[in-house]
Write a protein of this length. Structure first.
Length: 80
């Protein structure tokens, strides 16, 4: 399950881990104009862990989810 909320300066997507076994904490994805952050509460340290992606890294991640094992470099198409 997930939720989507539009905030003043970002779009917030919350991923909820539903299931019968080994549920993990919710993941909050904040999409800003210049970056995307992932946040998840760590119950061991009782702190929120944050990872920040540039928009280029998000693009690469999206592409990687649909590719076989290997090393890749995405090239931008020249504007005509």
């Amino acid at each position: 399950m997930f939720t989507i909320e539009h905030e003043f300066d970002s779009t917030l997507i919350t991923l909820v881990d539903e299931g019968r076994t080994h549920l993990t904490e919710d993941i909050a994805v904040n999409a800003f104009e210049d970056c995307v952050t992932l946040e998840q509460h760590d119950p061991v340290t009782d702190r929120v862990q944050r990872v920040t992606f540039s928009l280029r890294q998000v693009r690469d991640l999206a592409a990687a989810l649909n590719l076989p094992e290997g090393s890749y470099r995405l090239e931008r198409k020249a504007k005509t």
